[in-house]
Design a protein around this ligand. Structure first.
Ligand code: UDP
Ligand code: UDP
Length: 475
């Protein structure tokens, strides 16, 4: 079988990737980098900022360079950044801002970097408004790798038009009616967008204004998953003249072989434990790579899982940055919890290979914050979701899940910043209900089949990847 991009001869491309901070951004980058690095006739370099914010980012970057010695590291040294200007802000968002303020330092890296000359850039969306103009000056192609869904991409693209057309601005962006896609109420948008002066909002609007000048956009989605949003972006309904959108998902693991890793799992590891559980009996619980719910809410989740009587595997994160985590599971979930659920519940604070866990036959349901990578991994695995969005793009992602029918969106469960606790009783009921929901399971399996078809030879994502690599070779 031919791999995507074997399109014939042309100039030897050198692609420089510029990822941003946070595992939700880095992982999809690593997956595209690995896909390209498997092509001997494409040179790849990765702009690396050390130290990373989290240990997980450092580990995964080290893993990439070890697995692909051909991939070059281009170190970017950030200018000093005074975080006290933004008290209380998320450290990953502050790293985005620090990167943006140092973006002019990318110019010499791109222009004078390792031979052969850099012919294309793939930048994270958070840096787009700075990187696209530099690429134009240097006459280098610039593609944006958008790490959320196509619906979020349509929001980003449309937001400048939306704001410019409003007679009167409120404190935030307000409800947004995206042509050809859907109307998104303000309460479903990332929380910072309720404040036009928030640093995230300013970045978002700047990137939304500039993205139209990119040479192309890569999105980790597939045509069957978001047909309306992709069609509206491509037909110019969202914004006329929007760049070509290549839906290339579900992106595959960047590690050499997830399947091989499974065979050598040590006893007691999540995969080994799953191996002892009956088919589709386990609820997999994970809210992304960092803490997403309060301590009180965690206790309610624990109570709900315990009362459900279901087996469960819970990947627990209790801090924003993994390096700060020094608590014990017992302290977080309460004395005696682990003892009471012994044998049917496993809680781990370790980094897991979520993609592999979701493909495990013992898992029957994914209780998730619906971060986009998690949603796509679930879709690829044909795994039903119980979506409990907590912040950022997650309600928009949950809309996609609900429209696709491969999961249930708990639309009225709490959202970060709201006071209400979802009780253990509510969680127990819903987990049991969705675990035995045959219609959602069938729809999830169908979505998994559509995902497999998209990336198989001749599928929509396969062809999109080929088209992207073809563009890289056209320089
Ligand atoms: N992830 C993982 N192991 C962990 C925690 C997270 O593999 O222990 C991966 C998960 O599979 C997903 C990414 O980290 O690919 C998290 O991204 P997502 O968009 O789902 O949520 P975020 O963490 O950005 O909120
Ligand atoms: N985003 C964007 N442009 C920006 C900043 C963020 O499109 O300038 C997107 C980002 O890709 C993510 C979403 O906005 O999908 C919400 O970001 P969030 O606050 O959830 O942070 P993340 O989970 O990406 O770290």
């Amino acid at each position: 079988m031919k791999s995507p991009g074997e399109l014939g001869s042309g100039a030897r491309p050198h692609v420089m990737f510029i990822p941003s901070a946070g595992m939700g951004h880095l992982l999809p980058f690593l997956r595209v980098i690995a896909a390209l690095a498997r092509h001997d006739d494409v040179d790849v370099s990765v702009v690396t900022v050390l130290p990373t914010v989290s240990a997980a980012e450092a580990d995964h970057l080290a893993g990439l360079f070890a697995a692909f010695p051909r991939v070059r590291r281009a170190d970017l040294h950030l200018l000093p950044f005074d975080a006290s200007e933004f008290p209380g802000h998320d450290p990953f968002l502050l790293r985005w801002e620090a990167l943006r303020r140092s973006a002019h330092l990318l110019r010499p890296l791109i222009a004078c970097g390792a031979a052969p000359r850099v012919s294309a850039i793939v930048t994270d969306v958070t840096l787009a408004s700075h990187v696209i103009p530099i690429s134009k000056e240097l006459n280098v192609q610039c593609h944006v790798h958008f790490i959320s869904c196509a619906t979020m991409l349509s929001l980003l693209a449309y937001i400048p038009v939306h704001l410019d057309s409003k007679a009167e601005l409120g404190p935030g962006v307000g409800d947004v009616d995206i042509p050809g896609v859907r109307r998104i109420p303000e309460s479903y948008l990332p929380q910072p967008l309720r404040d036009l002066n928030n640093v995230f909002t300013k970045q978002f609007i700047d990137n939304g204004r500039e993205i139209i000048n990119a040479d192309g956009i890569l999105v980790n989605t597939f045509d069957a998953l978001e047909p309306a949003a992709l069609a509206a972006l491509r037909d110019g309904k969202v914004v006329p003249g929007f760049p070509p959108v290549n839906a290339i998902g579900p992106l595959d693991s960047h590690t050499a072989s997830t399947a091989n890793a499974k065979q050598s799992e040590p006893a007691g590891s999540p995969v080994a434990w799953l191996g002892e559980q009956p088919a589709r009996s386990v609820v997999y619980v994970a809210f992304g790579n960092r803490s997403a719910v309060s301590r009180d809410q965690l206790r309610q989740i624990a109570a709900g899982l315990e009362a459900s009587g279901c087996r469960f595997l819970w990947v627990l994160k209790t801090t924003t940055v993994d390096k700060d985590d020094n608590t014990e599971v017992e302290d977080v979930l309460g004395c005696g919890f682990l003892e009471r659920v012994r044998g049917r519940g496993l809680v781990t604070k370790a980094w897991v290979d979520q993609e592999a866990l979701l493909k495990h036959p013992a898992v029957g349901l994914f209780l998730s914050h619906s971060g986009w990578n998690s949603v796509v991994e679930a879709a690829a695995a044909g795994m039903p979701l119980l979506a409990w969005p907590r912040g950022g793009d997650q309600r928009v992602n949950a809309m996609v899940v609900a429209s696709g029918g491969f999961g249930v969106w708990m639309e009225h469960w709490s959202w970060d910043g709201e006071d209400r606790l979802v009780t253990g009783e509510e969680i127990r009921e819903k987990v049991k209900e969705v675990m035995s929901d045959a219609a959602v399971r069938v729809r999830a399996m169908k979505t998994g089949e559509e995902a497999a078809k998209a990336v198989a030879e001749g599928g929509t994502s396969y062809r999109s990847m080929q088209e992207f690599i073809g563009k890289l070779r056209a320089t």
